[in-house]
Design a protein around this ligand. Structure first.
Ligand code: 5RP
Length: 262
């Protein structure tokens, strides 16, 4: 079954599988959103069902909540958990300081709240997500629907004085209608190409009325688990300054692939 996965999917899977090993009995775990995070949720579900792992999960989107329940993870809200031991999530880009662009899946707001409310954030990603400088991936920002075009104009004007290499933006669509987030907002994707000062940009964007949150995660991520298509994984811990490599065996997890829905 695993033979049907593309190298990128294998890379995502092994990163997720390795990160799942960091989860311990009794932990409150933030569950990310996206295709890599979906592998994590499946891995954790298997550990709950087959190894008796006892965890509670705080999902970062309605679709992650649905998958988590489906695979047998007890789901609670962030308000019930209040604080989390660990959040594991994907990313669209990460740099050498483990600053991130997130929100490709439209869940950046809940993702940032949940990751910030965690002792540790671990990002799981395939090697292609690593960049020298953030910005090739369009930066998502969440805006409230009221006056979104005015907010868009303000954002583009603000970008003139920022260290970026483009300032056009597009409203994310879902077919013929604007995409609506779980919080009822819209997403603007900023085509910046290169973000020279992500920390400054993250602060400035959030000052603009109508902008709820941006997809720059600065000083939030502690560890990245990078997966490769051949089963290799690399674990980089920014606080410890350590890099470990490992290898994940596909065979033992075959039943994870039996119900591939997405
Ligand atoms: C969702 C996200 C995802 O983590 C990000 O888009 C990566 O997704 P994938 O694992 O499918 O490549 O930020 O809002």
């Amino acid at each position: 079954m695993t033979g049907e996965l593309s190298p990128i999917d294998k890379a995502k899977f092994v990163a997720a599988k390795r990160a799942a090993e960091m989860v311990e009995d009794g932990m409150r775990v933030g569950l990310g959103t996206g295709s890599t995070a979906a592998w994590l949720v499946r891995c954790l579900g298997e550990m709950v069902r087959e190894d008796g792992l006892k965890i509670t999960g705080v999902p970062t989107s309605a679709r992650t909540a649905e998958l988590a329940r489906e695979v047998g993870i007890e789901v609670i809200t962030l308000d019930e958990a209040r604080w989390l031991d660990l959040t594991i999530d994907g990313a669209d880009e990460f740099d050498g300081d483990l600053n991130l662009i997130k929100g490709g899946g439209g869940a950046l707001l809940q993702e940032k709240i949940v990751a910030t409310a965690s002792d540790q954030m671990v990002v799981i990603a395939d090697k292609a997500k690593e960049v020298e400088m953030l910005g090739a991936f369009p930066l998502p920002i969440e805006v409230i629907p009221f006056g979104w075009q005015t907010s868009q104009a303000l954002v583009e004007e603000t970008l003139i004085s920022m260290d970026v290499m483009g300032r056009s933006s597009t409203l994310r669509m879902n077919g013929a209608s604007p995409y609506v987030t779980d919080e009822g907002n819209h997403i603007l994707d900023l085509h910046l190409n290169r973000i020279g000062n992500p920390r400054q940009l993250a602060l400035v964007l959030n000052q603009i009325p109508g902008v709820v949150e941006n997809g720059l995660f600065i000083d939030i991520c502690d560890t990245v688990v990078i997966g490769y298509g051949d089963g290799k994984v690399e674990v980089r811990d920014i606080n410890e300054g350590t890099i470990e490599t490992d290898r994940i065996d596909f065979v033992e997890t075959d039943n994870l692939f039996a119900d591939l829905g997405e």
